[in-house]
Structure formats: structure tokens, C-alpha cells
Design a protein around this ligand. Sequence first.
Ligand code: G3P
Ligand code: MG
Length: 245
Amino acid sequence: MKVIGHRGAAGSAPENTLISFAKGLEYGVDGFEFDVQLSKDGEVVVCHDERVNRTSNGMGWIKDLTLRELKNLDFGSWFAKLPIFQEIPTLRELLDMFEGINLELNVEIKSGLVQYPGIGEKVVSLLAKYNRLDNSIISSFDHQLLYDLKQHYPLVITGILYDCAPITPWLYAKFLKAQYLHPSWYFVTPELVTASADFGIGINTWTVNSFFAAKKVKMAQVSRIITDYPQCFRKGDNGETIWLE
Ligand code: G3P
Ligand code: MG
């Protein structure tokens, strides 16, 4: 079971900022999950919300702000534990930071409230440029986007995000030619993992932030857990991942 830092290490530092990813590296994560959107001038930026209001000192929609305008905002100081100015990272900057580091990436493309033309293609071309396509998963709640991306780029690895209990989701994943299902941890069962494995589909689950959740998904034998608290997990002597209270 691999441990993937959610939005960097969102429990310890302002989510989706460079210090959050630095914290995750310090904690020895196997990889990172982070969210991407498009600025007004078409740059892929790392941010969870479609608006900057919650996680910065500014207001407005990312789609209406240029990269320069976004870069003037502080995405760090809202996080009480670490009052420090943090710029919004671009995907390029994040990939620069990870250059030469053996890490899995899970790029979650935000698409729904706002639909960003060409965002999937931009993400794929950046991952390819940095030689990261082979060990990156592109996930989204927008399954049409994942389906279309797979039609154009068959080598891209995709993960289907969901927060409900569909019937036979492994058949759906197969139809979408996805390699992974990404359910929230509530909906992980041993049967889901076993039946999906029979179809060659792995299970990566989020956001595993408690001992209870960790125990549940570990028993089900998921492939990856995505957590705000990667420091709470350690590899045991026999190589298995354990939660440290
Ligand atoms: O990718 C896992 C998780 O991040 C999905 O939900 O809203 O936290 O981006 P959200
Ligand atoms: Mg996310």
C-alpha cells in the first residue's frame, strides 16, 4: 500500500503550495496528489478550488485571473500553523521541484463548476515533457474528460474519482479504459478490490486521515491511500504500511 500525500501534506502546511510538497518529501511519501486548474491566460496552476477566496488573500475565479495576478496573491498565510507567503505553484514549477526525485504523481484535473478548454492536453504534454507520464495518474470527477483524454492519448494512466457506491464500477472502469478507480474511503470494500483486480483495475482511495479509515482500507488491500497526514504512516518491518497513532 503506497502512501500519497494529499495536496502535498495538507494537514501540516497550506495545501497545494511548495512548502506543502516539501513537507511531504520530508515525510517520505511515495507520491503526491494535487489539483489543477487553468488561469485566464492558460497556465496550468495547482489549486483545489475554482475560486481563490478560501486559500488566498484574494477573491475571484482562477479562470478570470492571469498568472501574474494569481502570483501576487498569498496562498500561505491563511493556514494558521505556518503564516508564510506562498505563491500559487504552476504545474511546471512543481515538475521542476520534483526533477530527479522518484515519486508517483496523481494529477487531479478539476472540471465541473468550471470547464477549462484543453486542460487535459496541457497536463499530458507537461507530464510528457518532464518524462513523468509513465508514473503519473491523471484523475478527475469528470469522467467524460478522462474518456476523451484516453481516446487521444492511450498511454495515459487514468483514475476515476467518485464518492458514491456504484454497481460494478470495475466494468465502468473497463469501459473507460481506466487503470484505477479512486473511490472515497467510505466506499472501499474487500469485494471492490478483489473484483476490480480480476479486471486489472487497481483501487486508490482518499482521504484517509484516521486510524479507523486506514484500518478499513488496509484490510481491503487497496493499492494506494491518499492522506493529508503522510507522517502518520510508516512501512513496517515486513514492508506493510502501518498507521502510527
Ligand atoms: O483525488 C482525491 C481527492 O483529492 C478528491 O477530492 O475534493 O479533495 O480534490 P478533492
Ligand atoms: Mg484532489
